[in-house]
Design a protein around this ligand. Structure first.
Ligand code: FES
Ligand SMILES: [Fe+2]
Length: 427
């Protein structure tokens, strides 16, 4: 059984904590690229640190301390500059490396003092990839953002954010929990009268295997056997903080008691013609129903959120009773703590990618891969075949995105009159 100390070790993310130092060895997706095009300055809290993400007029992105090193003004109210972010209080200017480039008064009054050369603001590197901005908050030379193969697949991509009021680790434990799919999404959805797809089948057997990018979980349900993709391919608990099932769900620590859920979808578009998406859109999915104040329970990830937050802001694992279905969770906890100790001993943990030759189209297993270019499985499709699928994972997909998708679908279907998505089953 897990001790109180070990439980807290798993959850703390601040600088200098065991897991906080492990998580700082990985790039975290923190925003949509398009978001900063719309609003170039964004206040963020990440792993317990208060920061400002910004886009300079020259297109560089920076992630710096929230407070100006001069007299601590709030830089989220700063001024977007050609080269960086300028404090609104006395005009000091910082670039994305943290260098202070200008101190307007000091330079006029004391041109020889070169005071600015002695000023540096905390700054973390930011990379733009797959329509998202990624931050590296660790020491030393930053590794490479993983180049997962799915980023390159043809399709309509979108990024969806939700802030979840609980610790990130319990969110990630959900990524290695096959049986919850049958109950939380299958049977509970039916109890709520919103069941989609085939009747859920009881789990008979689960299996977990570590591989180079994380842990794969497998299942055999009633009516299937070990020849089924649910066992032969399985699902990916992506190291260190994501689920991958064709779409990605990252659980990015905001602080010990809050998590930024970043979901990235790539919906196959109909037809063979090439597809270039001009802009990867982003939206925020709300947690609660604005009329009732109750948690939204109609969508797959919303149901997950209810389970995670229900465990408490900081899940008390000393009170758990783990069963056979939880082998993967036990494995993940053990491996996380092992890798965290590798970092504490000065080593490099699992899944840090530094070789540009090797970091290309990283292969991630997914069920239905071979058939996917023929369309989505039935439960994800729109009952109206002339329209794009609605997002079944997160509530309140904006109508303007649906309209854009519908018009793309209609155009492409008109150009491919013989297009017929192949029937398949998943889960
Ligand atoms: S507090 Fe930022 S320039 Fe003075
Ligand atoms: Fe789930």
């Amino acid at each position: 059984m897990i001790s109180y100390e070990e439980n807290m070790e798993l959850m703390r993310v601040g600088p200098g904590t065991l897991m906080g130092e492990l998580m700082r060895r990985y790039w975290m997706p923190i925003a949509a690229t398009a978001e900063l095009e719309d609003n170039p300055i964004k206040q963020m809290r990440l792993m317990g640190e208060d920061l400002v993400l910004y886009r300079a007029k020259n297109g560089n992105h920076g992630l710096v301390d929230l407070h100006c090193p001069h007299r601590r003004a709030d830089l989220s109210y700063g001024i977007q500059d050609e080269l960086g972010l300028r404090c609104n209080y006395h005009g000091w200017l910082y670039d994305h490396t943290g260098a202070c480039l200008e101190q307007p008064f000091e330079e006029v009054a004391y041109p020889d003092a070169k005071f600015k050369d002695r000023i540096k603001i905390k700054a973390y590197p930011v990379v733009d990839k797959a329509g998202m901005l990624w931050a590296y908050m660790g020491p030393g030379e930053a590794p490479l953002v993983p180049d997962y193969d799915r980023f390159h697949d043809k399709g309509y991509k979108q990024v969806v954010f939700t802030e979840i009021p609980c610790n990130w680790f319990q969110c990630q434990e959900n990524s290695i929990d096959p049986v919850h799919v049958e109950w939380l999404h299958g049977r509970w959805s039916r109890a709520l009268g919103i069941g989609r797809g085939p009747e859920p089948q009881a789990h008979i057997k689960v299996g977990f295997d570590e591989f180079e990018h994380g842990i794969v979980y497998r299942r055999v349900s009633e009516g299937t056997d070990e020849d089924h993709e649910m066992w032969t391919v399985g699902r990916v608990c992506l190291w260190p903080n994501a689920l991958y099932v064709g779409h990605f769900e990252w659980r990015v620590p905001i602080d010990d008691e809050n998590t930024l859920s970043v979901a990235w979808f790539n919906v196959p578009v109909p037809g063979e013609a090439p597809f270039e998406q001009e802009r990867i859109h982003y939206w925020s999915s709300p947690l609660t129903d604005e009329n009732t104040g109750r948690w939204i329970d109609t969508h797959v990830m919303n149901q997950d959120f209810i389970a995670w937050v229900g465990q408490g802001a900081l899940a008390d694992r000393t009170q758990e009773h783990l069963g056979g279905s939880d082998q993967g969770i036990i494995m993940m906890r053990r491996r996380m703590l092992e890798e965290a100790r590798v970092v504490a001993d000065g080593g490099e943990p699992k899944c840090v990618y530094r070789d540009p030759e090797a970091n290309q189209m990283l292969y991630l297993p997914r069920q239905g891969r071979a058939r996917e270019d023929q369309g989505l499985p039935p439960q994800f499709r729109n009952p109206d075949p002339t329209k794009a699928p609605r997002n079944v994972h997160l509530a309140k997909q904006p109508q303007w995105i649906l309209d854009e998708m519908d018009s793309i679908w209609q155009e492409r279907l008109a150009a491919a009159p013989d297009y017929k998505p192949v029937e398949q089953t998943i889960e």
